[in-house]
Design a protein around this ligand. Structure first.
Ligand code: ADP
Length: 624
């Protein structure tokens, strides 16, 4: 017999589980049955290439309560574990999320969130919610030796070889129940729990009962057909939700689901879910995410990323195909035309499901947009401008979130409430809503009553660049030069007067800022701010420049146009001074400060922040 120490994370987790006041202790059965089902799936998959592994042992799960000894055994004829696996799989946790789980649980106080346990890949340890000791007897498929793992949830566990091997490959988990939990040995309780939590399991779950004379009887207590193969009317919401929790490791119910069967030249069943919560690694490009792929009911792949485009990677679920070969590999999948056809259908169904939610429950859809909107926008950013996808995107704007109306809108909402005369869809990108709302770029647009989309996520900027046009309206940056705001004759006259007034100052500024700006102009967009920098044609916004730089890509030079507000008192005064004396040296300081301030308003920094500070102090001291 060998004794092993649990990994520190496991010990801490066990302490929590053992001392938990968590009331919903029954989840242990779901976790153990689900491990058994996974073990059966793994064996069935391995047996596709090596049928000898399975032999003629039928696949199944058996629950064996023993009231006399106060034990409950969960037996399976699955893949089993060898000695090394017992030590590794039931003594350590590879998942980095365990620490996070631990933190969550210890914060929760009464450990209310213990249902999280499966999600973090440590479901096995939930056995200690109800058992004081757990024995795991396992024989790996294709091997003769049987090993027994034992733990009483202290810091150590033991592993030993049993002289008498287990009759078949597979695993028996025996729970030595705590006195207060012997209720879980009752037949009705077990039946009830299996029906409630494990009816999705596509393997037979049997219950062994004893009659008065001690005669054993074994009955299958679940449906044992894959849930998705049944007709919708036979499946309850709760059963769908349990299947969802099983495949997604989520503990919350999904927002929505779509269960469909495609028949004809292509035959497959799909079951898709919209989760409420984002996984920790949603934005980690190295983490493969996907749907479960079954071929004729056999689980082939846990994370088949080829079934949905990357921007729908948050959708969970499964596809069960009748057309793909059982021994399909990732390489084959990549250029399988069958798979491409399946992907097209699944993508359509996923978008339909999301669209339905957006129509039927706008509140829930808003939440979903906050969680997964950035992922959907990646699609648009990658040039996927399918109308349905674009109309599912939500944005904040100058008119959202002010207590009236929804907190985010679609482009359709935007277009529907555009005032007459507005020609384009305007947007402005920046680090946060507050700084955008104070931005000089909004001044004229807001005055005209135009709504401006406020983009605070880097992906937004790429998404609008990808969409380009919606309902014949160009998506236009509020920072762009030469916005066509439908100038009236009167406004035009005003502008000409302003241009004339500032001619001298503009010429001077051009000289001072030579090489740093493309042009200096009198602004027709500012009302309150003295100056701003706008993008010349084809100019790159700072956020995109930063992303390019971060990705190690070349950043094209993108000089700005410096605009001065002729109606601002400071600019007016400078105009007069420039006309009176074109070589007035103090003007240069003012221009430099206005230029640096415009950079700040754009979200950038002055070229020389120290110099900027000294100049501002100098100018302030004049008036002090
Ligand atoms: P998870 O199942 O989420 O990975 P668990 O803590 O429930 O986390 O189980 C840890 C690992 O132990 C499993 O991934 C699996 O490899 C192994 N395991 C657990 N139960 C069984 C079983 N009945 N048969 C074979 N392997 C099992």
């Amino acid at each position: 017999m060998s004794t092993h120490a649990f990994q520190a994370d496991v010990t801490r987790l066990l302490e929590l589980v053992v001392h938990s006041l968590y009331s919903n202790k029954e989840i242990f059965l779901r976790e153990l049955v689900s491990n058994a089902a996974d073990a059966l799936d793994k064996l069935r998959f391995r047996a596709v290439t090596d049928p000898t592994l399975m032999g003629d042992v039928p696949l199944g799960i058996t629950l064996r309560p023993d009231a006399e000894n106060k034990t409950l055994s969960i037996e399976d004829t699955g893949i089993g574990m060898n000695e090394e696996e017992l030590v590794k799989l039931l003594g350590t946790v590879a998942h980095s999320g365990t620490r996070e789980l631990y933190e969550k649980l210890s914060k929760a106080g009464d450990a209310k969130d213990l249902s999280l346990i499966g999600q973090f890949g440590v479901g096995f340890y939930s056995a200690f919610l109800v058992a004081e000791r757990v024995d795991v007897i396992s024989r790996a498929a294709g091997q003769d030796k049987t090993f027994k793992w034992t733990s009483d949830a202290k810091s150590e566990f033991t592993v030993e070889e049993l002289p008498e091997p287990r009759a078949t490959h597979g695993t028996t988990v025996t729970l030595h129940m705590k006195e207060e939990h012997v209720e879980f040995l009752e037949n009705w309780r077990l039946r009830n729990l299996v029906e409630r939590y494990s009816d999705y399991v596509p393997h037979a779950v049997s219950l062994v009962t004893k009659d008065k004379d001690g005669k054993e009887e074994t009955n299958v207590i679940n449906r044992a057909t894959a849930l998705w193969q049944r007709s919708k009317s036979e499946i309850t919401d709760e059963q769908y939700d349990e299947l969802y929790k099983h495949i997604s490791h989520d503990f919350e119910k999904p927002y929505a689901r779509s269960h469909f069967k495609i028949e004809g030249s292509l035959e497959f069943t799909g079951l898709l879910f919209l989760p409420r919560r984002a996984p920790n690694d949603l934005f980690d490009p190295n983490k493969s995410k996907g749907l479960r792929l079954f071929v004729k009911r056999v689980l082939i792949m846990e994370d088949c990323t080829e079934l949905l485009p990357p921007h729908l990677r948050f959708v969970r679920g499964l596809v069960d195909s009748d057309d793909l070969p059982l021994n399909v590999s990732r390489e084959i999948l990549q250029d399988s035309s069958t798979l491409r056809a399946i992907k097209k259908q699944v993508t359509k169904r996923a978008l339909d499901m999301i669209e339905d939610l957006s129509k039927e429950d706008p509140e829930a859809y808003l939440e979903l947009s906050r969680t997964f909107g950035a992922v959907l926008k990646e699609g648009a950013a990658m040039g996927e401008t399918d109308d349905k996808l674009v109309s599912l995107l939500r944005f904040e704007s100058t008119k959202t979130g002010a207590g009236e109306g929804p907190a985010m809108i679609s482009l359709d909402d935007y277009v529907a409430r555009m005032p007459e005369g507005q020609k384009a869809i305007y947007f402005l990108h920046g680090p946060n809503r507050a700084s955008l709302l104070g931005s000089p770029y909004l001044e004229t647009l807001t005055k005209k009553g135009y709504e401006v989309l406020l983009l605070t996520d880097a992906v937004d900027e790429f998404a609008v660049a990808g969409i380009r046009k919606w309902k014949d309206k160009e998506l236009t940056s509020a920072m762009q030069s030469g916005l066509d705001l439908g100038e009236t004759d009167e406004e035009k006259k005003d502008r000409e007067v302003r241009n004339d007034k500032l001619k001298g100052l503009v010429e001077l500024a051009k000289k001072i800022l030579e090489g740093r700006v493309q042009e200096v102009k009198v602004s027709d967009r500012l009302t309150d701010s003295p100056s701003c920098l706008v993008l010349g044609p084809g100019g790159t916004p700072l956020a995109i420049e930063a992303m390019l730089r971060a990705a190690g890509r070349p950043v094209p030079p993108s000089p700005r146009i410096f605009e001065l507000n002729a109606t601002h008192p400071l600019v007016e005064k400078l105009g007069l001074r420039a006309d009176a004396n074109a070589s007035d040296e103090a003007i240069a300081d003012y221009i430099e400060v206005l230029y640096d301030q415009a950079k700040l308003a754009e979200g950038g920094v002055p070229d020389d922040p120290g110099l900027y500070g000294r100049r501002v102090a100098k100018l302030l001291s004049l008036g002090a």
